[in-house]
Design a protein around this ligand. Structure first.
Ligand code: XUL
Ligand code: CO
Length: 438
């Protein structure tokens, strides 16, 4: 069998003292943490779009900068088929159990939808064969509703009903192939579901259409018996100036308003949360508290750049916060840690893909181990529990139970005279406590 990454061995765990750049220092797949192996906890996934289809483009150059010796420079079906073994060799060498794709990442558009679907079916057959041979599975599938110019006004939120119909047909097919490939989930990221100006936009109508679209998707999922989890992926801007799925709270409000809460969870992406003016931990907490924390797109932005840079996560403090929240809400079930991340344009060699993923996996492994140690220590959780103890008995308990109203509370406050029971929030003490473990 042809090797696409010659000279790069299967990546092994060598421990924290290793100086080998092609080895894990912390990700030890079979090591047990809180009763599960690291592999089961983290459920890593490689994305087709950046890792297989990225060329190192940025807004000042759409010219390929990255060396990918297997590429023949075409977007043909033949090339699409040639790429499949590359992805699986990469995942196998890394020991990553999953991958994720958009329909158009894996197969090119044809001259009409019939031909496009035929192209997709042909590549899906190949993907299925390689999944079976390697044991690498599909974390989630999705549809690309943002590259083709027909989607210039959006897809489900387009002002043009023909575009809505076209997008529906495309998503119907994308859900079917995800089902065919036994995908653990399906993601809706609102590519251009937003607006560039309100001057030409009927927001209410567009939101109603988006909800109708998702209800149709839910119906189709049921009809074909697809059991994977549906997710919405929040993002506040890019490419539009305002995306409707702007953050976790906006997504949850939308799902509740349109009766979709039972059918979708959230796929939270680090750089999207920060673009929304939140931390990743904030959006995870919002999703978790609503019982809707499904999966994560693992990456990071750059402090000094205000756009979606999709960098690989290397910050241990960040991965610790993420894993603390994921563990708090019971860990991943259908979801996983999907590297929606790309190398920098300057990192143009195939080996850079390995360095990038190894670094991300090690950063998450450390985050997981540190989070587990903080939980075992117990002081952090105990502090938070204790901070709210006034709600466990007496007047607090009565309020939570709905036993008292303003009248009773006025009486209580008058008797109290003044509040003398406030305690320090101890933020600095807690920050120091976290640093004990990092
Ligand atoms: C775009 C983004 C997408 C989704 C899948 O910012 O994150 O790649 O993850 O459509
Ligand atoms: Co993403």
């Amino acid at each position: 069998m042809k090797e696409f990454f010659p000279g790069i061995p299967a990546i092994k765990y060598e421990g924290p003292d290793s100086k080998n750049p092609l080895a894990f220092k912390h990700y030890n797949p079979d090591e047990v943490v809180e009763g599960k192996t690291m592999k089961e906890h983290l459920r890593f996934s490689v994305v087709y779009w950046h890792t297989m289809r990225g060329i190192g483009a940025d807004m000042f150059s759409m010219t390929r900068a990255w060396q990918r010796p297997w590429e023949d420079g075409t977007d043909s079906l033949a090339m699409a088929l040639k790429r499949v073994p590359v992805l699986f060799e990469f995942c196998q060498k890394l020991g990553v159990p999953f991958y994720a794709f958009h329909d158009r990442d894996v197969a090119p558009e044809g001259k009409n939808l019939v031909e496009t679907n035929k192209n997709l079916d042909r590549v899906v057959k190949e993907l299925k064969k390689y999944q079976k041979d390697t044991g690498v599975g599909l974390l989630w599938g999705t549809a690309c509703l943002f590259v083709h110019p027909r989607y210039m006004h959006g897809a489900a939120t387009s002002c043009n009903a023909d575009v809505f119909a076209f997008a529906a047909a495309q998503v119907k097919k994308a859900i079917e192939v995800t089902h065919e490939l036994d995908g653990a989930g399906y993601v809706f990221w609102g590519g251009r579901e937003g607006y560039s100006t309100l001057l030409n936009t009927n927001m209410k109508r567009e939101l109603d259409h988006l909800a109708a679209f998702l209800h149709m998707a839910v119906d189709w999922k049921k009809e074909i018996g697809f059991k994977g989890q549906f997710y919405i992926e929040p993002k506040p801007k890019e490419p539009t100036k305002h995306q409707y799925d702007s953050d976790a709270a906006a997504c949850l409000n939308f799902l509740r308003e349109y009766g979709l809460m039972r059918h979708l969870k959230l796929n939270i992406e680090t750089n999207h949360a920060t673009l929304a003016g939140h931390t990743m931990q904030h959006d995870l907490e919002v999703a978790g508290a609503a019982g809707a924390l499904g999966s994560i797109d693992a990456n990071t932005g750059d402090l000094l750049l205000g756009w979606d840079t999709d960098q690989f996560p290397t910050d241990i403090y960040l991965t610790t916060q993420i894993m603390l929240t994921i563990l708090k809400y019971g860990g991943f079930t259908t979801g996983g840690t999907n590297f929606d991340a790309k190398c920098r344009r300057e990192s143009f060699e195939p080996v850079d893909l390995f360095h990038a993923h190894i670094g991300g996996m090690d950063a998450f492994a450390r985050g997981l181990k540190i989070a587990a140690a903080i939980r075992k220590d117990g002081r952090l959780a105990q502090f938070v529990k204790n901070r709210y103890r006034s709600w466990d008995t007496g007047i607090g308990k009565d309020i939570e139970k709905g036993k008292v109203g303003f009248k009773e509370l006025e009486k209580y406050a008058m008797k109290l005279g003044e509040v003398t029971t406030n305690e320090s929030g101890r933020q600095e003490y807690l920050e120091n406590l976290i640093n004990e473990f990092i």
